[in-house]
Design a protein around this ligand. Structure first.
Ligand SMILES: *Cc1c(COP(=O)(O)O)cnc(C)c1O
Length: 220
């Protein structure tokens, strides 16, 4: 019962225009169904195999988002159904997504992951590399991927000022890209611990796990 309550509670607080990705990694089918029955349709997973098996068991109007770091050799397992890939951080991965999407005659929506945190552990591209990818000839030739936005994770710190600055820097970059002619719509920033700060700084898609499903049993 608590998943449904958490979700409804969460959604009533959320301003319109901000999409909620319910991050269900490590959580059982029953929990996802509870959220589904409360109206949630977008779910996020960070491991391809886990997402595939959940996809196969659950209703097919769920939009599955891959939020984890990608291994190129596994893209093929989700290419027929994945709705949005958040963590793309190389041209090589984009090429693989394009190749696999083509086999299914699909166009897969992707977000480029920017590195905004001052931590070695966070994946992501520099702003400069993002501009290079968006401008590249290779991307223009990929007719089966569409870059629809950016994703970023802030530093893991209690210092809200740092988190806020990091999100703000990505929002500014996102706006600058759109001003210079790109058409990016999604800015995926914010998790259970920092989604409020992310929204205050312009996020329009948050990825929330533990605040809906409760704490995970292991670090995923
Ligand atoms: C696990 C995860 C989340 C959700 O984390 P919570 O703190 O449980 O909300 C969001 N984004 C990414 C990339 C994740 O791996």
């Amino acid at each position: 019962m608590f998943v449904k309550e958490n979700l409804i509670n969460f959604k009533t607080k959320l301003e319109p225009g901000v999409s909620l990705v319910a991050v269900s990694k490590t959580k059982p089918i029953a929990d996802i169904l509870e959220a589904y029955n409360a109206g949630q349709r977008i779910f996020g997973e960070n491991k391809i195999q886990e997402m595939v098996s959940k996809y196969e068991e659950l209703p097919n109007d769920i939009q599955w988002h891959m939020i984890g770091h990608l291994q190129s050799n596994k893209v093929k397992y989700m290419a027929h159904f994945v709705d949005l890939i958040h963590g793309v951080d190389s041209l090589k991965t984009l090429k693989e997504i394009n190749k696999q999407a083509k086999k299914h005659d699909r166009c897969i929506n992707c977000l480029l992951q920017a590195k905004i945190a001052n931590e070695e552990t966070k994946f992501g591209l520099s702003f400069e590399s993002i501009e290079d990818i968006l401008k590249s000839d290779e991307i223009k030739e990929m007719s089966h991927v569409r870059i629809v936005g950016l994703m970023g994770m802030a530093s893991f710190t209690d210092d809200e000022k740092i988190v806020s600055e990091e999100f703000k820097s990505l929002k500014t970059f996102f706006d600058d890209l759109n001003t210079s002619g790109h058409d990016l719509r999604i800015l995926s920033m914010g998790m259970s611990g920092d989604y409020k700060i992310a929204i205050d700084n312009g996020s329009n898609m948050i990825r929330v796990g533990s605040a809906i499903f409760g704490a995970r049993n292991y670090i995923a």
